[in-house]
Design a protein around this ligand. Sequence first.
Ligand SMILES: C[S@@+](CC[C@H](N)C(=O)[O-])C[C@H]1O[C@@H](n2cnc3c(N)ncnc32)[C@H](O)[C@@H]1O
Length: 305
Amino acid sequence: MKNNINDKDFNDFQLHKPVLLNEVIEFLNIQKDKIYVDCTLGCGGHSIEILKQLGENGKLIGLEKDEIVLNIAKERLKGYKNCYLFHSDFTELREVLKSINIEKITGGVLLDLGVNSLQLDDPKRGFSFKASASLDMRMDKSQGLTAEKVINSYSEVELADIIYKYGEERYSRRIARKIIEIRQRQGKIKDTVELARLVLSCYPKGKFYKIHPATRTFQALRIEVNKELENLEQFFCFIQEPLLPESRLTVISFHSLEDRITKNFLKFNKSFKILTKKPVIPSENEMRDNPRARSAKLRAAEKII
Ligand SMILES: C[S@@+](CC[C@H](N)C(=O)[O-])C[C@H]1O[C@@H](n2cnc3c(N)ncnc32)[C@H](O)[C@@H]1O
C-alpha cells in the first residue's frame, strides 16, 4: 500500500492512535487541491496526515463535539493554514460548511466513530468502570443528558430496551430490574464502579467471561447518552447532497450496530459505488500495537452521481 505511514510519526503523540490510517488515506484518495472533511476529528490523527498531503488550495475541515479533545487537535494542527476546526456535531455539517461558504465537498469525508482514548482513559469522564467516577459519559459536556440521568430516570422497560438494543446484552431485563430495585432501596446510582458491580451481580456466578460483564451495559449507556446511532442515521440522510461525484466517503465503525447502519446505507444508495466489498480490518500488527483497533471495520465508497 502506498502512503505508508510509519509508527515513528506518532512518537510525539501517545494520546490516541489513529486506526487504519494508511487505509483511510488510500481510500480517501487525497488530491492536493480538494476539500476533505474529518467529521470526528478527535486528536487529529487522521487529519494531520490528510493535511500533509494537501497543497495550498486544498482544505481540511474538522468537526469535533468534545471541546476538550478539540482543543488538543487545535494545538496539534495550529501550524496548518488550510485547516478549519469546529466544535460541532457532524449532524450539523451543512451549517458548518455554509458558515465558511463551502457548497460542495470535492475530496471526501471521514467518519471515525466512537470514543477517543482520551475520553476512555480520563476517569472523570465516566466512560469506563476501571476507576470510580460519576456516571457522565457525555462527549459534549454542554448537553443535558448524562448516564446518571439515564440510569436514575428511565423506566425499567426503557432501561432493558436500551441495554438489549445498544449493548446486545442478553441479561438486559435482569440488569434493568436490579437497577430499579437499587434505586427504590438505596436511592440514586451515581458511580461507575457501583454500576459495574450491579451488572456483575446479574451474571451467573463462577464462570469465566472474556470481557467484563459490564462492558455491554456501559456501551449501551454511552450510545444512548450521545445519541450515536441516531446521529449516524441522520448524517446518512443528508451526506450525499454536499458530496460531489468522485469524492469519497470512508467510515470506521467499532461495533456491529454502527457497521450495519453504514453497510445498509451504502447497499441501498445508488449514488455511491462501494469500494470495499468486505469491510477492511486492521492488520495483525496494528491490532498488536493498538488493541483498541481490534474491532475496527472500515467501509469506503465513491460518490458516482
Ligand atoms: C475515534 S475518535 C476519532 C479519532 C481521530 N480520528 C484521531 O485519529 O485522532 C472519535 C471522535 O469523534 C467524536 N465524535 C463522536 N460523535 C461525534 C459527532 N456526532 N459529531 C462530532 N464528533 C463526534 C468523539 O468525541 C471522538 O473524539
